[in-house]
Write a protein that binds this ligand. Structure first.
Ligand code: FAD
Length: 297
């Protein structure tokens, strides 16, 4: 199959890019599984225009229907590898077929680094384990929470959560961040515990964490902030080198350093938020459609 614009990743960034590219009348193909998007199974309350918490799964489904209604072809599968064939980018798909396109948009997102302790999976998705303080802060008003992680992001999130929660613990066996950040967190009332979380406990919902020093600390929620891992490695096949932190660097038109390759959403870096993903998706979709039109002429 040949297209003007090929988009890899069916999360909010990729779907928004597909909508804008298809409306520009570029022949657009979107490859990805919405079920694997970070937005799938989430509940959104900080996205513009919604009066109530919205289901991320529903929004993704509506978005795919929208993209298809504007003429985008959606393939519910993964891209296994990328290559170049003359002016075209070629993606090999998991069913053995391939798609070639003049412009490529990488919208492959990130996955959060997991803590890997008992209880983490059981209490994820609305039962007390979260990977995003900015997303879920409001659900923990006047509650007790633990921030797990020893890097700058975890410390900053702990300080931030003091504006919502009545008590905030910051838990890690080691801390690798500036004293200024640690002091700011302490001043805001964050209680630091130098230990590892070995288990997340609860009964339907989180009610405590067990620590490596034998202590059990009562909490209503656990925020795990250990960073993210993207699948940006895929682009190395087309001579695009991800940054040291695994992100793909883009300019204001969402163009990467390789002509014809654009990127958007979580894969370009923080903030990991739907609003930023769709904003960049819009830009990448328009830029890629424009690029494809130029090289076609
Ligand atoms: C539990 C949770 C709650 C959240 N709550 C909020 C919130 O309240 N508000 C908010 O703004 N944000 C929230 N977020 C963050 C938000 O979901 C992300 O910022 C957003 O989904 C990023 O969009 P994206 O399209 O860049 O990446 P993703 O949504 O992750 O989509 C990337 C897609 O690319 C696919 N992909 C990767 N590699 C390949 C490949 N080789 N071939 C094909 N497809 C591939 C992935 O499988 C995935 O489907 C939350 C995230 C989580 C995990």
């Amino acid at each position: 199959m040949e297209a003007d614009v090929l988009i890899i990743g069916a999360g909010p960034a990729g779907v928004q890019a597909a909508i804008h590219a298809a409306r520009k009348k570029a022949a657009t193909v979107l490859v990805g599984k919405t079920g694997n998007s970070a937005m799938h199974g989430t509940e959104l309350e900080n996205y513009f225009g919604f009066q109530q918490v919205q289901s991320g799964t529903d929004i993704l489904r509506y978005g795919i229907e929208q993209a298809e209604s504007f003429g985008c072809t959606v393939l519910d599968m993964n891209v296994m590898s990328l290559s170049r064939e003359g002016d075209l980018f070629k993606a090999a798909l998991e069913d053995g077929t391939s798609v070639s396109a003049r412009a490529l948009i990488v919208a492959t997102g990130t996955s959060r680094v997991k803590l890997g302790v008992p209880g983490e999976k059981e209490f994820a998705n609305g039962k007390g384990v979260s990977y995003c303080a900015v997303c879920d802060c409001n659900f923990y008003r006047q509650k007790t929470v633990a921030l797990v992680g020893g890097q700058a992001e975890a410390v900053a999130d702990a300080e931030f959560m003091t504006r919502y929660a009545s008590k905030v613990y910051l838990i890690s066996p080691t801390f690798d961040t500036s004293q200024v950040l640690m002091d700011a967190a302490e001043k805001a009332g964050v209680v630091r515990l130098d230990a590892a979380v070995t288990e997340i406990l609860g009964d339907g919902k989180v009610n405590a964490v067990k620590l490596s020093d034998g202590e059990t600390v009562a909490v209503d929620g656990v925020f795990i902030e250990l960073g993210g891992k993207s699948s940006a490695d895929l682009v190395m096949d087309i001579d695009l080198m991800p940054e040291m932190d695994d992100t793909i660097k883009v300019d204001r038109s969402c163009a990467t350093s390789v002509p014809g390759v654009f990127a958007c959403g979580d894969v370009t870096g923080k903030p990991w938020q739907v609003a930023k993903a769709v904003g960049e998706g819009c830009i990448a979709g328009l830029s890629a459609a424009e690029y494809a039109k130029k090289v076609k002429q």
